[in-house]
Design a protein around this ligand. Structure first.
Ligand code: MTE
Ligand code: MO
Length: 374
């Protein structure tokens, strides 16, 4: 792996030109400045932060990761022991399931994320699979429960009777996939406290809620885990034989976002303006990206900047010959995946305040006031 390249990304001038946007001060919920990040990997300093409780104080020397439950040989690992195991490094995009919530009309409850509750980084850690193999998963283990050290009382009901920890379970099938990491580094540097120091899970392809930070427990369970986060919070209405059933969120749905121009940007007429952004999907690849500059009436193919890499975003760009005619224009981007599926035209109400993956309208003005600036 080319560490020097990663280092460059985190030291890049863009860090000093940009900062995070506050959505909530405490617990910390900070959004990445999506329009200001040009790099493939999001520098650690600009990676969005989504935390439900205050950051727990974990110490490298006393840290222990417990692997137990429906396993034949439960065990615990220190931080140094984890770091001495064979590791892997993978790029994965994390998107918070509530990203782009501010685009919903009428407005809904929850953090008003714009475009930046999504970021892309390179993660280093031990495959969860290796830990589960060492523990010897029992036949009856159906899910793997990941538990963080942070605790508190959540904000929205139905509320549990007492304070709880942050916890999320993965199906056995996903937990043993090679991409799921028990990570201790991000972009070649140790995790920062906000991103889960000393150790977090990284579950590529799933919405961010699955990538449990401050991970202290891995428990194999023989019954599906129906805790607060998988029922009250990150759940949606699925359909079973035509009847609605409550299910936990999982895979990220295909989505693209326009980074530039920004909402209400003024753009010079009759010039080439390079529209840019990124697109990603869950357990599939993004294969096509189209841009509309007339509110969705017509679409033109845009060009990818990055190659296909499962679980990581692809930046894209589109050279727009801006109209001679001044006025408001609505830009949209729409991605297609390897199976031919494209982003839905509008938000699916069954997802409530989550999974906002329809093409997000970016309204701009073409006019002369930008002439002097560009
Ligand atoms: N322990 C713990 N893990 C957590 C959370 C949390 O509040 N506590 N938030 C989750 C959510 S909702 C998201 S989107 C990601 C965000 O990871 P980041 O803060 O590193 O961007 O962490 C997930 N892991
Ligand atoms: Mo999230």
């Amino acid at each position: 792996m080319d560490h020097s390249k990663t280092q460059d990304v985190d030291d890049a001038a863009q860090i000093s030109l940009a900062g995070l946007i506050i959505r909530q001060k405490e617990p910390k919920n900070l959004e990445a400045p999506f329009d200001r990040i040009d790099s493939y990997l999001t520098p650690r300093e600009l990676f969005y932060i989504r935390s439900h409780f205050p950051v727990p104080n974990l110490d490298r020397d006393s840290y222990q990761l417990h692997i137990d439950g429906a396993v034949r040989h439960p065990f615990a690992l220190s931080y140094e022991e984890l770091r001495s195991m064979p590791s892997e490094t993978r790029v994965a995009t994390l998107e918070c399931a509530g990203n782009s919530r501010v685009f919903l009309v009428p407005q809904v409850q929850g953090a008003q994320w714009e475009l930046g509750a999504v970021s892309n980084a390179e993660w280093t850690g031990v495959p969860l699979r290796a830990l589960l193999e060492r523990a010897g998963l029992r036949e009856d283990a159906c899910e793997i429960l990941l538990e963080g050290a942070d605790r508190g009382t959540p904000k929205e009901g139905p509320l549990p009777p007492d304070p709880i920890s942050y916890a999320w379970s993965l199906s056995r099938a996903k937990a043993i996939q090679p991409e799921v990491l028990i990570a201790y580094q991000m972009n070649g540097r140790d995790l920062s406290p906000d991103h889960g120091f000393p150790v977090r899970a990284i579950v590529p392809g799933h919405y961010g809620m699955a990538s449990v930070k401050w991970l202290t427990g891995i428990q194999a369970v023989s019954e599906p885990f129906h805790g607060y986060w998988k029922t009250s919070d990150y759940a949606y209405w699925a359909s079973m034989d035509g009847k609605p059933v409550r299910r936990a969120l999982g895979e990220m749905q295909i989505k693209s976002e326009i980074a530039r121009p920004r909402v209400y940007e003024t753009i010079a007429p009759n010039r080439i303006y390079t529209v840019s952004g990124a697109a990603w999907a869950g357990e599939t690849d993004v294969t096509e990206i189209a841009v509309s500059t007339d509110g969705g009436r017509s679409w033109a193919e845009a060009e990818f900047v990055d190659p296909v890499r499962r679980h990581a975003w692809r930046r894209w760009k589109f050279d727009w010959l801006t109209p001679k005619e001044p006025g408001p224009y609505t830009l949209l981007a729409r991605a297609k995946d390897a199976s031919g599926l494209i982003q839905p035209d509008k938000h699916d109400q069954n997802y409530g305040t989550y999974v906002i993956n329809h093409p997000l309208p970016i309204e701009v003005f073409v006019g002369d006031s930008a002439g002097s600036r560009s």
